[in-house]
Structures are given as C-alpha cells and as structure tokens.
Design a protein around this ligand. Structure first.
Ligand code: G4F
Length: 402
C-alpha cells in the first residue's frame, strides 16, 4: 500500500459498485485527494466500473471486509483516512427478506465496525454512511424531508435505521464528524441488474436484439409496476455526498453559529454543540415503474399497448419500426407475482430543499434522460447500436450546461 504524506486521503468501501465507482470518478476529477478503494478478497472480481480509474496513480485498491472488524481496523490504522465513505451494503431491498441476518450484519454492524475503527485510529476522520429513503417506509406525508419519521417496511430499511442510530451515537458521544445521508433511488448504466430500472433496460435491449435476429423472446417479468419512486442519476448524488462531507464546521456561542473552517482533520474534536447535518438527496418528482418502462420501450423503437389488469397486465407490441410481420413474440412486459414483495414501500417523493439551499446541490439529469440514457447504453452493450456519444462533461443523457 502506497500512502502519501500530504494529500487528503479518502477511503471508499463498495468501490466497484455504481455509487462507489462514480465517487472515484468524481474525486479524481474534482479534487487532488488520494483514493483508496476497499474491496473484499474474492476469486470472482468484476472491476469493470473502475477500468479508467486504474490508469490514475491517485487511485488504488485495498483489501478489507465489512463483516470483519480486524480487516477494517488494519486498513483504517494504516491509511488513517481524512474521509471514510461507506458505500458497501447489502443494497437490494428484495433480498433482505431472504437474507435478514446478512443484511443487518453488513448494513448495521458493518457500520459499527467502521465507526469503532475511526474512534480508535483516526477520530478526526469524516465518515459518511449511505442512508436510504427506505428508512421512511410507509410514508406519512409527501414530499418527504429530513424530519419524516423512520418507519421501515423491510429488513433492509430496518438495517439502515439501526445504522443511522449508531452514526448519531458516535457523532454525539465522541464528536466524530459522522453522517448518514438520506438518498432516494439513484440509477445509471452501472446499476446492478437486480434493480428494476436496469432489469427493464437490459430486458428491453435483449428483446430488440432478438427481434433483429428474427428470434422469439421471453418478456421482461416484473412485480409491482405501480410503486412510485423518486429516481435520479447516481452521478448527481456523489456530488451531494461530497458536499455533505464538507460542511463548514461551526462553533456555537450563545446559540449563534460561527464558522471554524472547512478543513477536515484536527478540528473535529472542536465540534462542541455543532453537528454536521444529514440531508435528503432527491429529484422532487415521483414516477411509477410502469412510466419508466414506457419511456424505455418508446426509446427502443416500440409502439405498444397495455392489456389486462393486476397480475394479468401486459405490455404488448403494436408495432416495431413499422413492421411486425416477422416478430415471433408479442409480449414485451408482463407481471410475475413472484416479484411482489412481502411489504411494499408504495410512494417515495423526496424534498431536497435543505440540500439545495444549504449545500448548493442540484441534480442535473432528469428522469426522462436517465431512462433514455440507460436504454441507449444497454442497446449498445447488446451489440444493437453503436456506442452512444458521450457529452463533453459526462453522460449521453446529461443536461448540465458545461
Ligand atoms: O429497483 P428496486 O429494487 O429499488 P428499491 O427497492 O426502491 O431500493 C433502491 O432504492 C433505495 C432508496 O430508496 C435504496 F436504499 C436501495 O438500496 C435500492 O437502491 O425497486 C423499485 C420498485 C419497488 O417498489 C419494487 O417492488 O420497483 C418495484 N418492482 C417491480 N417489479 C421491482 C420489480 N423491483 C425489482 N427489483 N424487480 C422487479 O421485477
């Protein structure tokens, strides 16, 4: 492990996943930090999201495992990071009913292991833990802001609430700059295929390819298409996370806040009565799974109609590039009750006013462009279309003004 002396050091867990890899891209571009990506020692590794980062000497991998405190202690003791961004998790809500203990162990006890390591080896480190709108569960009002009660509907949601409480305890007991953001759904072409957005875009791309090859195809099978989610692009959220980690430290005198500085490092123990805040990151729009599927199918060139209702509802092909005479199957999407969850979070709609006003954060990529960008990417990956042209700044769907 090559440890630099002067530059700020950032330790990121979950670094090969969607959020971790975008965080690496962001930090390499926007800061001069040295980045340590923590990965488990696995025989089957997939670092495809990190391919470009490996060319940068400011990025390196280290080995550690959230389920093993010794390995975390070792990494933290050696690196003594200035920032510790914990993006590793059992992040699939659907699996959390089948793997409740593992979910709790990684998502809650894993956080405790990180906090203990920080307390012991680098108490001035700033710690971010990935929190979730799933903590709001059966929501009481909309849009949901930071004050919304925590009412989990899944073992996953419960594990994130437990982690939030641990982060709070370590912040208040030991003066550690430890926060857990409240992130609503965020997606991209790096999203895992078990999540509904990527499952749809991969599935529709597979169908386009089958039609091109004049082959029959299986439909995409989904659960509850009427769940409402507040979806954004993951790229926008890593910017929000970094802003949350870099709130200026304030000193509270007679109830009034005065800035102490923005540098992390040796001033955390002066937090005193001031605490860093935990913010909601969200687009402020909510859409059904069905709406997402419609945008994707249209972008892929399909004309379709919906037939049936409930578990019989289907998206059926009406036309494809003006000719369906040679198409061998007709159903693009159908419901399979096996994907229904034991308890559903029906409506998520976030209120990120505080992050927008206090951190200057704003998402750049719309829901529509997120869906279109993802299907374009999957059509390319399936070999149906040439590579989408990236805009100068980031992504084919990006709307930012650069
Ligand atoms: O894509 P999903 O699996 O994401 P979910 O459960 O909302 O959780 C994601 O967002 C959270 C933030 O709010 C994160 F904390 C969490 O880690 C994860 O990133 O499901 C979205 C919705 C659900 O209502 C689900 O029931 O889509 C519905 N759905 C319908 N059919 C399906 C399917 N979900 C999946 N995964 N697969 C289906 O076939």
């Amino acid at each position: 492990m090559n440890i630099p002396l002067n530059k700020k050091k950032v330790l990121i867990t979950g670094v090969s996943g969607q959020d971790g890899s975008y965080m690496v891209d962001y930090l390499l571009e926007k800061t001069d930090c040295e980045i340590f990506g923590m990965v488990r020692r696995l025989s089957n590794t997939n670092y495809s999201n990190l391919e470009e980062s490996f060319n940068n000497s400011r990025f390196q991998l280290v080995t550690g495992d959230l389920s093993d405190s010794q390995s975390i202690n070792k990494v933290v003791e050696k690196i003594k990071p200035d920032y510790f961004i914990n993006l590793a998790a059992q992040s699939f809500v659907g699996s959390s009913w089948d793997l409740p203990e593992q979910t709790m162990d990684i998502n809650a006890i894993g956080v405790l292991r990180c906090l203990e390591a920080i307390k012991r080896y680098c108490p001035n480190c700033r710690f971010y833990n990935a929190g979730s709108s799933e903590e709001f569960g059966d929501t009481q009002y909309k849009p949901q802001d930071e004050k919304h009660p925590l009412r989990a509907r899944s073992p996953y949601g419960a594990s994130k609430i437990a982690a939030r409480q641990l982060v709070k305890v370590y912040r208040e007991s030991f003066g550690i700059y430890a926060i857990q953001g409240i992130l609503f759904n965020h997606e991209s072409e790096r999203r895992g295929e078990e999540f509904v957005t990527r499952k749809i875009t991969k599935g529709i791309a597979r169908i386009v390819k089958a039609i091109q090859n004049k082959e029959a195809f299986e439909p995409v099978r989904l659960g509850n298409m009427y769940a409402l989610r507040d979806w954004s692009h993951a790229k926008d959220f890593v910017d929000g996370i970094w802003r949350m980690l870099n709130q200026p430290i304030m000193q509270v005198t007679d109830g009034v806040e005065h800035p102490l500085g923005t540098l992390c490092g040796s001033i955390n123990h002066l937090l005193g009565d001031w605490e860093p805040k935990e913010y909601v990151l969200a687009s402020g729009e909510t859409h059904t799974v069905k709406e997402f599927a419609e945008i994707v199918a249209k972008e892929a060139g399909f004309e379709f109609t919906w037939v049936g209702a409930g578990s019989e509802e289907k998206m059926v092909l009406a036309n494809y590039l003006n000719d369906i005479s040679e198409v061998k199957s007709q159903v693009l999407i159908e419901v399979d009750p096996k994907y229904y969850r034991p308890a559903e979070v029906s409506l998520l709609l976030g209120d990120s006013t505080a992050a927008r006003n206090e951190l200057g954060w704003k998402p750049q990529i719309s829901f529509d462009n997120l869906a279109k960008g993802m299907i374009k990417w999957d059509l390319y990956e399936s070999g149906v279309t040439p590579q989408p042209t990236e805009s100068a700044c980031c992504h084919s769907s990006c709307e930012c003004s650069k």
